[in-house]
Design a protein around this ligand. Sequence first.
Ligand SMILES: [Ca+2]
Length: 183
Amino acid sequence: MSVRDRFSSRKRLPMAGAVIVAVGLLTASAVPAADQGSLPGASQDGMSLQQKDFASLDVNGDGVLAPHEYYARDYAKGSFKKADMDGKGVLNETEYVNARSISERMTVKDYVDDAWITTKVKGMLLKDEILSGLQIQVDTSNGIVQLSGWVNSQDQVDRAASIAQDVKGVRRVENDILVKNRS
Ligand SMILES: [Ca+2]
């Protein structure tokens, strides 16, 4: 090997070394295959996948996600604002978890807004000839409709749930409607 050859092969080494290190880190982090693309290769021990995920987006390390940090990943437009529960303009870790699930739902083709669902369910209950005079509260969160209030019979409880379940975008109905005691 001539001096020149040795020199040029040494020059190539750093790059080859970097590739090997990167591959090694990816393997060592042992994340599920589906998440590998979105998580940093290097991660500290003792952090959950969720914490690592959050930390990878929190570029300036201040413990919250600004919009540009959040949208560095391809989350659904508007999901940041919906998840910013305290209106501080940044997402803490809890809000971020929520934002992710909101984003996931928003990217589904037939995504329907919670407020729209609530309005629609209330309207359907009001229109129903059997349930219209009854006080049934409707609340929707992440596509889960919670019904509460008082009605006169178990049939009415079931009917309200069935009406709510049929509304577009409803994932599940939590039925807390109670039957009044007959005196
Ligand atoms: Ca930040």
